[in-house]
Write a protein that binds this ligand. Structure first.
Ligand code: A3P
Length: 422
């Protein structure tokens, strides 16, 4: 027993140098040696706990436990005397804890990544099953490189779900007024004209609320098709969705639909300028590259020819009116009268004059309810109403590209559809 006690004394004394505060001894201690051992601890001013055959030493004065490296050797030297000696330091515990945290974190990150990849694949699989194919567009940067092909159209991937799942089932009302177009065809111009014709040219009313609220964009998340469903009649609805993808009720309910088209050369230049104005567009190619994508139908809502042709085929329906940007430009009053007649309205000469003035390019550029200045956050530079001309394409497109775009127009001529571009 004396030997045992002295060994303990020696053990503790020797180990004062250790920077350890927990020892676990897996030997079975004799009952009376425990008391000696505890006394021994106390005499060294070391606080410890002995539970079964496990020993924890706590609150050892750290200043005298400096030589951590000696721990294994000293511990090993007791291996013969004791069945097994294990030691643990605070650093070991911290290291183990860190290792465990790192393991859990990596497992969690791995699980999140796997789930994300899984969702992506599942999303693609579901899209394929519904006839949607994701295609990558060159020069578009990471954020914009994907567009979705659905029933022959290139749709913005962020809007595809809405266009495919919700728009076909949107509830149409017979007294709705719709403006449908390929982007950059003069949609906003037409919207303002239509709104004013239907509201007895109440310019103050039109200026009081921005066009996005008065005449919401159907497939866009703001305000969103659900909000449009709740709007009071008569509703004014803008959309770029082509005829073949519009709500099924459109035929049956026969609301007034005005389609505006613009020559493809000015459309492509206006579209690129518009996209470059936004913070979210990361196209790195040239105007020529973009025009090439336009010809291939790989720009939003493309192909242009299919979009325009579907509307042209509907032109003889009583509830459909087909007009062009060039008509509005060259004969504003004549075209507005035609639109008013279609909407069942008559404009007086002063009203027509005031409307022409209100809807001039300059006045609309300065009018904060139609110039999209409220969407400041999304514009890099430039103005939504950029040039407002016919023939601006001549400053941007090469003769070779112009010839390619001409073939798009000539492909429509057999159907009786013609465009002027200067
Ligand atoms: P540019 O980019 O060639 O200037 P949309 O409303 O479909 O996005 O179309 C925008 C195009 O219509 C822009 O063409 C814009 O300047 C033009 N536009 C809008 N209001 C106009 C107006 N009052 N007169 C002439 N062009 C107008």
């Amino acid at each position: 027993m004396a030997w045992f006690s002295s060994r303990w004394h020696h053990f503790i004394f020797q180990h004062r140098k250790l920077n350890s505060d927990l020892w676990v001894l897996k030997n079975t201690l004799l009952p009376n040696s425990r008391t000696q051992f505890c006394n021994c601890l106390q005499s060294q001013n070391i606080h410890g706990q002995l539970a079964g055959n496990r020993l924890s030493l706590t609150r050892m004065p750290s200043s005298i436990f400096s030589n951590r490296r000696s721990t294994p050797n000293v511990a090993n030297s007791y291996k013969g005397k004791f069945q097994h000696v294990q030691y643990s330091t605070r650093q070991d515990a911290r290291r183990t804890k860190n290792l465990m945290i790192a393991t859990y974190v990596s497992a969690a990150v791995g699980a999140v990544l796997l789930t994300a990849v899984g969702f992506r694949f599942y999303g693609r699989f579901r899209k394929r099953a519904r006839g949607i194919e994701e295609i990558e567009v060159p020069h578009c940067g990471r954020r914009n490189r994907v567009i979705c092909r659905y029933r022959g159209y290139s749709l913005p991937s962020v809007l595809t779900d809405t266009i495919v799942n919700d728009i076909p089932f949107f509830e149409v009302r017979p007294d709705d007024v719709w403006v449908v177009s390929f982007p950059k065809a003069g949609t906003t111009w037409t919207q303002e004209i239509v709104y004013l014709i239907c509201n007895d040219c109440d310019f103050e009313k039109a200026k009081a609320t921005n066009i996005e609220q008065r005449f919401p964009y159907l497939e866009f998340p703001v305000p969103g098709h659900r909000e449009i469903t709740k709007m009071d009649s008569p509703r004014f609805i803008k959309t770029h969705v082509p005829f073949s993808l519009l709500p099924k009720q459109l035929e049956e309910k026969s609301p007034k639909v005005i389609y505006i088209a613009r020559n493809p050369k000015d459309t492509v230049v206006s579209l690129l300028s518009f996209l470059q104005m936004t913070n979210y567009f990361t196209f790195t190619g040239t105007t020529h590259d973009f025009a090439e994508l336009f010809v291939e139908g790989k720009v939003l809502y493309g192909p242009w020819t299919k979009h325009v042709m579907e509307a042209w085929e509907q032109r003889n329906r009583d509830n459909v009116l087909f007009i062009t940007y060039e008509d509005l430009h060259k004969d504003f009053r004549g075209t507005v009268r035609e639109v008013a007649r279609f909407l069942g309205k008559t404009l007086s000469e002063p009203q027509l004059r005031n409307l022409e003035q209100h809807c001039s390019f300059q006045n609309m550029s300065d009018n904060d309810s139609v110039n999209y200045s409220w969407m400041k956050g999304i514009w890099k530079e430039g103005r939504f109403l950029r040039k407002g001309e016919i023939g601006d394409w001549k400053r941007h497109l090469s003769p070779e590209m112009s010839a390619k775009l001409d073939t798009m127009v000539t492909s429509l001529e057999p159907a009786g559809l013609q465009f002027v571009d200067s």
